[in-house]
Design a protein around this ligand. Structure first.
Ligand SMILES: NC(=O)c1ccc[n+]([C@@H]2O[C@H](COP(=O)([O-])OP(=O)(O)OC[C@H]3O[C@@H](n4cnc5c(N)ncnc54)[C@H](OP(=O)(O)O)[C@@H]3O)[C@@H](O)[C@H]2O)c1
Length: 350
């Protein structure tokens, strides 16, 4: 299968393109900057295509799969997805952005008709937590509440910070009775053992609030990360101030600054740091918990995205329509990635 990686010269795109070429996949690198795209193609000895996302409808000849690494994805996904559905091409990305997950879920039937796969979130956000959600749901199908979380203290890339700023004014998010509800940042707080002892944790607007609903059908979902009670309280108080990010010049300026200031984790950090993943489901009577230990988030993203491309290349029947990582493959997908340990299961009866 022929794979086009868009946004291939970004921090994460380049890591994925390099890994995909190393694994022998048929890769074309693409992006809007001709010098950077052709430079990467020369370095990796691949084909290249240079185009703005708005021109995607004329750029997918001979391509079977598009992997979009150009974020903030809310600015790039639509023309690429439209072009994929027009040409029966599969679309994957590494987004963690709610509006993108939700917009793609709404294109499910169009994708079925086009015989295309729509698979957003094939990075750290949301592969390990999505597989944990699916694994827990398999263990307790009657569950009506799902809580997920992760502990990962690594460095961030400029693109990741720009994406956080892009959606910063949207506040916190949880899912209640099947609907995504906007709440203040850190609105829920509790103690969680992510795998290295009890930590104070707060809710964050992480992609699984959107995706785990499609994976499991569970209507109440929260995602947690460790944060001190004082910092959590400060975030709650600061929540209304994030409305300032709706002012375009302020948002654009901060995104520009983020791209200068954040360069992503070094190779050493990617190779040595780890992350802890935790999940819990309950049906009111029984509670199941599970944990995973994974590599550093960007390292996991590179492995997950490249492994997904390999899996699609190997299978004789690519799933079509909208999928989450665990529904496109299976909950054990994450266990097939390098240096992932788990699932470490526990059960409590109330
Ligand atoms: N799911 C996950 O766990 C995960 C992991 C890693 C990264 N990500 C996400 O992936 C995205 C990229 O991250 P990164 O670390 O690679 O950031 P980066 O180094 O800033 O790279 C961003 C890439 O996207 C391109 N791009 C941005 N806006 C574009 C537009 N409107 N049209 C065409 N190309 C555009 C950039 O091209 P120009 O330089 O020409 O603007 C660049 O190639 C971010 O949204 C980040 O949050 C997600």
């Amino acid at each position: 299968m022929s794979i086009l990686i868009y946004g291939a010269y970004g921090y994460t795109g380049e890591l994925i393109a390099t890994e995909a070429v190393d694994r022998g996949l048929d890769v074309t690198v693409a992006g809007r900057d001709g010098t950077k795209t052709r430079g990467l193609a020369a370095m990796l000895d691949t084909d290249s295509r240079v185009f703005d996302v708005e021109q995607a409808d004329t750029q997918l000849d001979g391509i079977d799969i598009v992997l979009n690494c150009a974020g903030p994805f809310v600015e790039t996904y639509k023309p690429l997805v439209d072009a994929c559905l027009d040409t029966g091409t599969h679309y994957l990305d590494i987004t963690g952005e709610f509006p993108v997950f939700e917009a793609l879920a709404e294109r499910d039937r169009d994708a079925e008709k086009a015989e295309s796969l729509l698979l957003p979130g094939i990075g750290f956000d949301v592969v390990p937590t999505d597989c944990v959600a699916s694994h827990l749901h398999d263990r307790l199908p009657s569950a009506n509440e799902l809580r997920l979380g992760f502990e990962a203290m690594g460095a961030l890339s400029g693109g990741t910070v720009a994406s956080i700023i892009e959606h910063g004014s949207g506040g916190g998010k949880v899912r209640r009775d099947g609907k995504i509800v906007e709440v203040p940042f850190a609105s829920q707080q509790r103690e969680i053992d992510f795998g290295a002892g009890m930590r104070h944790a707060v809710t964050i607007p992480w992609g699984d609030v959107a995706t785990a609903y499609y994976t499991t059908g569970i209507e109440n979902i929260e995602v947690y990360t460790p944060m001190s009670a004082t910092a959590g309280r400060a975030l709650q108080i600061a929540s209304p101030a994030t409305a300032i990010l709706e002012i375009d010049p302020i948002k654009d300026g901060l995104q520009w600054l983020a791209k200068q200031a954040f360069s992503g984790p070094s190779e050493t950090r990617r190779n040595t740091e780890t992350a802890l993943i935790w999940g819990e489901v309950t049906d009111g009577e029984r509670t199941m918990t599970t944990r995973l230990r994974t590599p550093e988030p960007y390292a996991l993203t590179v492995d997950a995205a490249t492994t997904a491309l390999e899996r699609l290349q190997e299978t004789s029947s690519v799933p079509t329509g909208y999928h989450t990582p665990a529904s496109a493959f299976d909950p054990a997908f994450v266990l097939g990635l390098e240096d992932v340990d788990g699932f470490f299961d526990e059960e409590t009866t109330q």
